[in-house]
Design a protein around this ligand. Structure first.
Ligand SMILES: NC(=O)c1ccc[n+]([C@@H]2O[C@H](COP(=O)([O-])OP(=O)(O)OC[C@H]3O[C@@H](n4cnc5c(N)ncnc54)[C@H](OP(=O)(O)O)[C@@H]3O)[C@@H](O)[C@H]2O)c1
Length: 286
């Protein structure tokens, strides 16, 4: 079990390595999370839009682990209230997530997408934070300009920005800006979900062989060495254990330089500024 943590801008500590549950089918999520907790994960990352918060909650309850040993993140999906109040809907969405998770507070609540009326969402999140209902609040998928704008016009600076970060999209400059602004970077898709043949990439494979580790372990180690919080997903207990076992080796400066050459500077998934994607995500209701 990893005890390595990062300290967020409000003093809350967050395990640097956690377990993500995106795309785990609802009927497999409870077993997967139970196996992850058994393997030693104490940091879980879900979202309202993953439609598996109840299963995550069931696994937490079944584990019998003390609440304080866990760090649980969920995310607010885009709220649509053309004639109502996005702030009120955000507070309701939070209550729904908490009920599904079977918890009385969250450790981190994130705005999932920089779309819609996320300023109203943030005002509600600030309220939730001030009431102690979430120990930290943050955002996800915010490009630097949107992040800075949110910071400039609000009382509370997001503690975390969870963004696509992997060897083919390294975001070194974005991380630096976040650091200057007191925002912790968190990687989603650390393996790029296997895209670009990540698991057989020759540079990563050669480094893995030197250390007697897998490519997955090299990627996670590289992120952790950069102080990036990381939440790999797997439904396989052997891989869950492997992905936790990254604290007994160190990548050299030369290896870090080799990995730096893999950066394409671009997303392997989609651009949150692409109008077609803005429209597609924005029209999704959960
Ligand atoms: N905020 C956002 O918009 C956003 C978007 C995407 C993801 N996320 C979060 O980030 C988490 C991680 O990202 P992700 O799930 O998209 O992708 P990922 O972690 O990059 O990749 C998961 C894939 O890698 C495989 N895998 C895992 N460990 C492996 C290993 N040691 N060796 C070989 N293959 C391995 C998994 O297969 P098996 O399961 O078969 O092992 C799965 O196909 C998500 O679960 C979610 O919590 C957030």
């Amino acid at each position: 079990m990893t005890t390595q943590t990062v300290t967020l801008n409000n003093g809350v500590t967050m395990p640097i390595l956690g377990f993500g549950v995106f795309q785990i089918p609802q009927d497999q999520t409870q077993a997967a999370v139970e196996a992850a907790l058994e393997a030693g994960y104490r940091h879980l990352d879900t979202a309202a839009s993953y439609l598996n918060e109840e299963a995550v909650g069931a696994a937490i309850a079944a584990s019998g682990l003390p609440r304080d040993d866990l760090f649980v993140t969920t995310k607010l999906w885009i709220q649509h209230a053309p004639t109502g109040s996005v702030e009120d809907d955000t507070l309701r969405a939070f209550d729904t997530s908490l009920r599904k998770l079977g918890l009385d507070h969250l450790d981190l609540y994130l705005i999932h997408q920089p779309l819609g009326d996320y300023y109203s969402e943030w005002r509600a999140m600030q309220k939730l934070y001030q009431e102690g209902r979430s120990r930290a609040i943050g955002v996800s998928n915010f490009h630097p300009d949107r992040l800075v704008d949110l910071i400039e016009h609000n009382e509370i600076t997001p503690a975390v920005n969870q963004v696509e970060t992997h060897p083919f999209h390294q975001r070194v400059g974005d991380q630096e800006l976040m650091r200057e602004r007191g925002v912790q970077i968190e990687s989603w898709g650390p393996f790029a979900e296997g895209r670009n043949n990540l698991f057989t990439d020759p540079v990563l494979t050669a480094i893995a062989e030197v250390h007697g580790k897998s490519v997955a372990q090299v990627v996670l180690r590289w992120l952790v060495q950069r102080d990036v919080v990381v939440i790999p997903k797997s439904v396989r207990p052997d891989r869950m254990a492997q992905n936790l076992d990254i604290f007994d080796f160190v990548l050299t400066d030369d290896e870090l330089k080799q990995i730096a050459t893999l950066d394409t500077g671009d997303s392997l998934f989609f651009d949150h500024r692409d109008p077609a994607m803005v429209s597609s995500l924005g029209s999704r209701r959960i």
